[in-house]
Design a protein around this ligand. Structure first.
Ligand code: 8YV
Length: 306
């Protein structure tokens, strides 16, 4: 049976599929039996798992790294390219789920849904009216990273009557306005949605200058990677009233979240659940498995990272 090195865990039904088709080693198995490293032909992992370059270097016959997720920022891509190792992710099948979470989180933050729920549950409606919130309709929204998921977010936001613009590496000549200057975009909008890929090129893209340009009424939404935002600067801007609010699904050092965020009423926190629907995760796992099966039967992955 083809031997894979498994980095990270999978739900039982996915693990059963992997075990039915492959012999899955753990990193500990390499320690126990160093000779097994030469037999490993693939790494199977998840997008929130770090695949160290040192680990890849220990596998002389590695052919493919297949990840369950769209992000590949924790995979040593340059090393893989140098070694001729294909990296396959699971794009597109999770676009709708992440877009739904983005729009849902933005609406929840603007209309203060968590607070309204607690207001009713705690019986406070009997004594007072819930304070007015603010509408999404009519807001100026900027999207940082108009890729596959970004476009799904934009299409959904169009239906809410917002005014959309986007920032990224190039003008895609779409109906939405392109803003080549990120600071200018942050100054222009009420809401800044971060949905660009993670990795060294986008690390701390949203820094103090961008947050201050977004301003005390501005809202930041991050459904991409914690690495895209200077988290310390974000916390300080929120605590200091220099930013109006934030909806965050991703963080530095997950699952450990800066506890200073917990006391902020103008922040919505979710535990990296962008793709976390049953349907989406099933589709992602299927595509990950199909990438592996396709590679070992045809020499081609279905969705290699461009
Ligand atoms: C999860 C993600 O982290 O796809 C990604 O890049 O960040 C999320 O879908 C991943 O799916 C965990 O397996």
């Amino acid at each position: 049976m083809i031997e894979l090195l498994q980095v990270g865990s999978f739900p039982p039904e996915v693990q059963a599929e992997l075990d039915a088709g492959f012999s899955c080693l753990q990193v500990e198995d390499l320690e126990r039996d160093p000779a097994s490293a030469a037999r490993v032909r693939g790494i199977v992992t998840r997008s929130n798992q770090h695949v160290p370059a040192e680990l890849v270097e220990r596998l002389p016959n590695l052919e493919i790294i297949a990840t369950n997720g769209v992000g590949y920022d924790l995979i040593p891509l340059a090393l893989a390219a140098r070694r001729g190792i294909v990296v396959a992710n699971t794009p597109d099948v999770l676009n709708a789920a992440v877009a739904e979470l983005c729009v849902g989180s933005l609406l929840a933050l603007l209309r203060r849904l968590p607070q309204a729920d607690r207001f009713v549950r705690e019986g406070r409606w009997r004594e007072a009216q819930f304070p007015l919130a603010t509408s999404l309709a009519g807001k100026q929204v900027g999207i940082v990273g108009l890729g596959r998921i970004g476009k799904e977010i934009a299409r959904r936001l169009d239906a809410f009557g917002v005014v959309l613009a986007y920032h990224g590496r190039s003008d895609q000549n779409l109906d939405w306005r392109y803003q080549p200057d990120l600071l200018a975009l942050a100054r222009e909008v009420d809401v800044l949605v971060v949905v660009a890929p993670g990795g060294p090129e986008t690390a701390r893209l949203i820094d103090t200058r961008v947050l201050d340009a977004l301003g005390p009424q501005g809202i930041l939404v991050n459904v991409a990677r914690g690495s895209l935002v200077d988290q310390a600067a974000l916390v300080e801007a929120l605590q200091g009233g220099r930013l109006g609010g934030a909806a965050l699904d991703v963080f530095d050092d997950e699952p450990h979240v800066d506890e200073r965020l917990f006391g902020l009423d103008n922040v919505l926190l979710t535990p990296h659940i962008g793709s976390a629907t049953a349907e989406t995760r099933a589709a992602m796992a299927q595509l990950m498995l199909d990438n592996l099966r396709s590679w070992f039967s045809t020499g081609k992955a279905l969705t290699p990272v461009a």
